[in-house]
Write a protein that binds this ligand. Structure first.
Ligand SMILES: [Mn+2]
Length: 251
């Protein structure tokens, strides 16, 4: 059995299509949320996913935010997506579950089992982002009830093996770097513009993981971000590193 895992697509449809082409024939797709928000192709990405009902898709914090926050309190990425999507697309988002249990022994969350805003495998400090310690990971994970936990949110591909729990973050399909100021200023950077995702091969809990990095037309995505006033996204899409900061470009 081969399962493909994606997360944090963020409206980057060409990156998603390149990932799908790279994966080839698989037995299932899991999508861990943060699907549309950003200055790229939110409506087109929604249509593409809505046409694939066999995919198991869940919501992330950005789906929750763009469905529930008043426009004045939304960040620029959520606002762009909220203004771009149609009522049927909004209804599709609203019906997405907040987590998935796609197979026995496998559980999927966006951030941690308790929060879609907390990184599971990284810790934010006043000095920036660092890998979480095993004790921090276990405290945030709680009683997972499954030996394999899949998570997203930080955009950083990781495979962390603890004594009775393996945690995999497939990385982000659509955005390889960003900056954030909660609870402290920090950046997440993968260092190259390639779309990230994961393949799981195996049966009955003995999964073999492959973390993939896929080339796509990131210049087209960066140009679109630039045209939509998001130089921070354009820099991140072209390089996988933070250049211009979100606070410096977002209205
Ligand atoms: Mn997220």
């Amino acid at each position: 059995m081969r399962i493909a895992v994606v997360s944090d697509i963020h409206g980057n449809l060409p990156a998603l299509q390149a990932v799908v082409a790279d994966a080839g024939a698989v037995d299932g797709w899991l999508n861990l949320g943060d699907i549309l928000s950003g200055p790229l192709w939110p409506a087109e990405t929604a249509d593409w996913l809505m046409a694939r009902p066999a995919w198991q898709t869940m919501a992330g914090n950005h789906e929750r935010q763009l469905l529930t926050l008043p426009a004045a309190r939304m960040g620029a990425s959520d606002r762009f997506a909220a203004e771009a999507i149609t009522p049927p697309q909004r209804a599709w988002l609203a019906a997405l579950p907040a987590e998935l249990r796609p197979l026995p022994g496998m559980r999927c969350v966006h951030g941690t089992p308790r929060s879609d805003l907390v990184y599971l495998l990284e810790t934010v400090t006043p000095a920036g982002l660092r890998p979480a310690t095993p004790d921090e990971v276990l405290a945030r994970a709680g009683d997972v009830g499954a030996p394999l936990l899949l998570c997203g949110h930080s955009h950083l591909p990781r495979d962390v093996a603890l004594p009775r729990l393996r945690i995999v973050n497939p990385g982000s399909v659509g955005l390889q770097a960003y900056d954030d100021d909660h609870p402290f200023e920090h950046v997440a950077e993968n260092g190259t513009p390639h779309a990230r995702y994961a393949l799981l091969d195996g049966e009955d809990g003995a999964w073999r993981l492959t973390l993939r990095a896929v080339a796509y037309d990131w210049e087209a995505a960066a140009s679109r971000a630039e045209a939509n006033g998001r130089g921070d996204w354009a820099d991140a899409l072209r390089t996988g590193r933070v250049g211009r900061r979100a606070a410096d470009v977002a209205a």
